[in-house]
Design a protein around this ligand. Sequence first.
Ligand code: HEM
Ligand code: HEM
Length: 332
Amino acid sequence: MKVILPFFLVIAIVFFIYGGIKFYDAHIILGIIIPYVCFAVAIVGFVARVIKWAISPVPFNITTVCGQQKSLPFIRHSFIESPASRTGVFIRMLFETLFFRSLSRNDRAELYGNERRLIYGRDRYLWLASILFHWSLLIIVLRHLRFFLEPVPHWILFLQDLDSLFQSHLTPFYISNVLISMGILYLFFRRFKKRNYYISLPSDYFILFLIGGIIISGILLRHIYRADLYSVKVFLYGLIYLNPVPFGGFGVMFYIHFCLICILLAYLPYSKLMHMAGVFLSPTRNIRNDSRARRHINPWNYPVKVHSYEEWEKEFKDALKEAGIPQEGGNG
Ligand code: HEM
Ligand code: HEM
């Protein structure tokens, strides 16, 4: 059920868009109202989520590290794995976001044999699939900037040429399209492995179906149901400059692609896809591991009235003296 339901939800959305265009000419709803509503929902959700994270107290230094902490000068410390400086944190974050460094250490733990011995093994497939998926996504989004920019910058055209290095005799296909499809298929099928299936939620599958739908409709749009790219640009400029033109000239595939993206955008801040912002705001990653050199004080601490040992000793001075208990301030 947790796979079938999200699958049919995405199919229902696609049919809704299809029916809207085919039978009701709903260009204004699908081409103007839905994008603006989804954009507003996305902005509100994004800002609210980031503010919530930003105002959450971080009472302790909770950096997660896997290297030697900086301490005495003759002990070599791990500059990136256990960063004690802001530069170290920046470099670690760079490796984390660009190359998913911590995910590359993903290990597999299995119980083997009749005696069910726990064996750890290397498992780099998740890392590889994630890298393929995210880098291809980035390249696709950067290539899409040609719909938003006029004149189209040279670097986007260069990226496009590089991505379509393997020309077919008809429309050149993009390498990123093949790689993103492979990446998302792995991310999808790994959720059927026994233990992963157990912990997977319907929302995990929904996101994968939604992104899968965007990729399939995009590829169909490029290779089969072609859209006039000039009209796409005019349509997007209309939306951006708040002067929308309800365009009747697009086929239904364009609306499917476009509306699925709007839904993804609106759902994004309320889903686990917020990991794109969360990774930067995660205290386990963005705090320096310098607790031996600097006291980490909770910035949200409020003044607390304390009863110090000295005060306590003063208060019970006579009783302590009578009992013969030595006092720090002297028994006199
Ligand atoms: C700074 C940007 C980002 C970073 C560093 C990042 C990092 C990661 C990592 C490390 C994983 C693997 C997690 C795991 O399964 O253990 C992952 C999964 C994923 N990310 Fe991202 N991500 C970023 C942006 C995005 C964006 C913009 C999207 C799409 C809108 C996205 C969609 C996904 C999806 C669909 C998965 C797979 C979830 C699943 O396993 O079902 N990510 N990301
Ligand atoms: C407002 C946003 C977007 C618009 C208007 C749009 C529109 C289009 C159009 C017109 C095409 C056909 C391109 C061609 O014929 O060369 C296309 C292709 C495609 N789109 Fe989008 N798209 C948008 C966002 C996205 C996003 C966020 C993704 C990623 C998940 C995506 C994934 C794809 C893919 C995989 C293709 C196949 C061909 C290619 O890579 O260029 N699109 N899109």
